[in-house]
Design a protein around this ligand. Structure first.
Ligand code: 8Y4
Length: 269
């Protein structure tokens, strides 16, 4: 899954798709085209920053950022599109314009989100987060992070199924970095196979996250090697979708995992 970030202010790639401060649908299309050529199966389009301290984005602004990009990418390239949002209004409009998956870091906890997602017919990715983006990194606390994350995700999945989302359309995500210390993130990665046993496919986002320089002591712009190591470890432990900013490099790394798993890559003669 390649990330198309249409916020002007992400510290990693914010503003990259803007021209003179204005979001360029054309730059988004070019980025999307490149990611598909590089091996992405899904493009995740999002317009809300969940960085701690980021200002909340008014709904209309989020819609204005995301919908033209969803519409253009769906119409011209036709890939699987995921819309990264917690707003039910945007979920409905994005699916109407061709989005295939709803990726919600709040696991459809906003009022109306579960019903909207169910009615849309799209796949849903339910992500675990302890607390809210603004304060989640202040003092995250768990007795057993794998257990507690799993219980939360199963509860959200059950609520979705009760509302009519078919089991086959539900993905779960432990939410690396969302209300987790470095130790929690490592425990989750080490225990990822236990989350697979919940019976739902897993999506993980580890790309460029700060746990990498906490471990490797690298600068923000040098997080790619760590990102690839984490992607490989997560895929080896059963993750089915890897969310990444660096599609070509991640696809190459994952081809190695697939070869070893005997999946996806044709065996040599
Ligand atoms: C640099 C760049 C450092 C980006 C950190 C970040 C996830 C997600 C995000 C995730 C799912 C991010 C929208 C945070 N992370 N959705 N979204 N899973 N499902 N941080 O892990 O990329 S945004």
């Amino acid at each position: 899954m390649g990330v198309i970030n249409v916020t002007p202010d992400s510290f990693s790639d914010g503003g990259a798709l803007h021209e003179e401060g204005v979001l360029s649908v054309d730059l988004c299309l070019r980025r999307a085209r490149q990611m598909l050529a590089d091996g992405a199966d899904i493009l995740d389009i999002g317009g809300e920053s969940t960085r701690p301290g980021a200002a909340p984005v008014p709904l209309q602004e989020e819609m204005d950022r995301v919908l033209p990009v969803v519409e253009a990418v769906a119409a011209e390239l036709g890939p699987h599109i995921s819309v990264d949002t917690s707003s039910p209004e945007l979920m409905a409009e994005a699916v109407a314009r061709g989005a295939w998956m709803i990726n919600d870091v709040r696991a459809l906890r906003r009022p109306g989100a579960v019903a909207t997602a169910a009615a849309s017919g799209a796949r849903v990715c339910l992500m675990h987060m302890q607390g809210a983006p603004d304060t989640m990194q202040l003092a995250p606390e768990y007795d057993d992070v794998v257990e507690e994350t799993g219980v939360f995700l199963l509860e959200r999945a059950q609520i979705c199924m009760d509302a009519g989302v078919p089991r086959s359309k539900i993905w779960l995500d432990p939410g690396f970095g969302f209300g987790k210390t470095l130790r929690h993130n490592l425990d989750l990665l080490a225990g990822l196979s236990r989350l697979c046993e919940l019976g739902f496919p897993l999506l993980v986002g580890l790309s460029r996250k700060s746990m990498i320089d906490k471990i490797a002591g690298c600068a923000v712009e040098d997080r790619l090697p760590g990102s690839l190591a984490l992607a490989v470890l997560a895929a080896d432990r059963g993750a089915g979708i890897i969310r990444t900013h660096d599609v070509a490099e991640t696809a190459a790394a994952l081809a190695i995992v697939s070869a070893l798993q005997g999946l996806g890559v044709e065996a040599p003669p």
